[in-house]
Design a protein. Structure first.
Length: 343
C-alpha cells in the first residue's frame, strides 16, 4: 500500500511507529502552559485547588473549638461574655440596713419589753446621765411609780443613790419628783394627765431598806440586803440574791412573785398573792417556821417539814432547822405555791 492509500486507511491499520508519533503530538497539545520563571516556592500558586464536597454532604461531628493560627492576632469572632449575676443576699443586707435606719423608734419599744425573772427589762441606758442623791448609811429608799417598772440593784457607794430614767428619751413622760433627807430618799413619779410611763433604774449600796409600789409595772431587786416592802397590782415581783431583814413583805394581786435569796435571823417575811403564782427558793441550811395557806391553789414543797396536813388540806405548818425564831408566811387565794431548796 503506497503513501496516498495510507492517508485514508483506518488509523488502527497504520504502522505502529506512526500511531505512537501521533499520540505524542496529541499529548503535547493538552499540556498546561507553565510560567517562564518556575520555582518550587511559586509552584503552589499554579496547582489546582482540591475539590471539596458541599457542606451539607459532610456528616456532623459535634462542636469543635475554633483554633486560632499563631499568625492570626485576632480571632474571627468574639465569644459572648457571661452576664454577671449579683448575689441576692447583698440586696437583703441593704434592705435590712434601710429598715433599721428608718426604725430608730423601735428602740423605745425595746426598752419597755418585759423579760423573764432575773432580767425584767434592759439595764442602764449608757447614753443618758443618771441623777445622783446623797444619802446616809443604810438608807431607806421609797419609790412610787404607778405605771412604770422599777429595777433596783446594788453596786453604788454607801452615800449615793443613782437614778436613771427614760425621761431624756421622750419629752412627754411624767416628771420625777425626788425628796430626800439624811436617811430617806423618796422618789415619786407624777403620772397625772396623758403622760406616759416612766421606768426607773436605781443603783444603791448593798445595804438599804427599800419600799416600792407600782400598779402594772414590774419590780426587780438584786443583791440588796435590808427590809423590803414590794407591792404591785398586776406586775411581776422578782427579788434575787437578797437577804430579807426585819419585817419584809412581797405582795401582789394578779401578778407573780419570784424570790431567790435568804432570810435574816429574827426576821418576818411574808409573801402574799391573790391569783398570781408564788415561787420561793431558800437555802438548804436555813432555819425558819413556815406557814403556808392556800384556798384553791396547789402547793409543792422541797422541805418535808412544811407539808399540807389533814384534816385541813389547804394549810401547811412546820419548823425547819433547830427551834427557829424566823417566820416565813406564804399566802395565796387561787394561785399555785412552790417552796424550793436552793441547789
Amino acid at each position: 500500500m503506497d503513501n496516498q492509500e495510507m492517508q485514508f486507511a483506518d488509523p488502527a491499520w497504520r504502522p505502529p511507529h506512526e500511531r505512537e508519533s501521533k499520540a505524542s503530538v496529541q499529548n503535547q497539545q493538552l499540556d498546561v502552559p507553565q510560567p517562564i520563571n518556575k520555582s518550587p516556592d511559586n509552584q503552589v500558586q499554579w496547582e489546582a485547588a482540591p475539590t471539596q464536597q458541599p457542606y451539607m454532604d459532610a456528616p456532623y461531628a459535634g462542636y469543635r473549638e475554633y483554633q486560632v493560627s499563631p499568625l492570626q492576632s485576632n480571632p474571627p469572632y468574639a465569644r459572648p461574655q457571661q452576664r454577671k449575676h449579683h448575689n441576692p443576699f447583698i440586696w437583703l443586707i441593704v434592705a435590712f440596713i434601710i429598715i433599721m435606719m428608718m426604725g430608730g423608734g423601735l428602740r423605745t419599744s425595746f426598752n419597755s419589753v418585759r423579760m423573764s425573772p432575773g432580767m425584767l427589762y434592759p439595764r442602764h441606758h449608757e447614753s443618758y446621765q443618771p441623777q445622783q442623791f446623797t444619802v446616809g448609811d443604810h438608807p431607806t429608799i421609797v419609790i412610787n411609780d404607778p405605771y412604770g417598772s422599777v429595777h433596783i440593784h446594788a453596786g453604788g457607794p454607801t452615800d449615793l443613790v443613782s437614778v436613771l430614767t427614760n425621761q431624756e428619751e421622750r419629752g412627754d413622760v411624767a416628771p420625777l419628783i425626788p425628796q430626800s433627807d439624811k436617811n430617806t430618799l423618796t422618789i415619786s413619779v407624777d403620772s397625772a394627765g396623758d403622760a406616759e410611763e416612766v421606768d426607773l433604774d436605781v443603783t444603791v449600796a448593798n445595804e438599804a431598806n427599800i419600799t416600792v409600789q407600782t400598779n402594772d409595772g414590774d419590780i426587780e431587786v438584786d443583791n440588796v440586803n435590808g427590809q423590803l416592802s414590794l407591792t404591785s397590782d398586776s406586775g411581776t415581783i422578782n427579788a434575787s440574791q437578797v437577804t430579807l431583814e426585819g419585817k419584809s413583805t412581797l405582795q401582789n394581786n394578779s401578778g407573780s412573785i419570784w424570790f431567790d435569796g435568804t432570810i435574816a435571823p429574827d426576821s418576818t417575811s411574808r409573801f402574799q398573792a391573790s391569783s398570781g403564782s408564788i415561787d420561793v427558793t431558800l437555802p438548804q441550811d436555813v432555819s425558819f417556821h413556815g406557814d403556808v395557806i392556800t384556798n384553791s391553789g396547789s402547793f409543792n414543797s422541797d422541805f418535808p417539814e412544811v407539808r399540807i396536813q389533814s384534816p385541813d388540806a389547804h394549810q401547811a405548818h412546820g419548823n425547819v432547822g433547830n427551834d427557829p425564831p424566823t417566820t416565813v408566811t406564804i399566802t395565796s387565794d387561787s394561785g399555785p405555791i412552790d417552796l424550793h431548796k436552793a441547789s
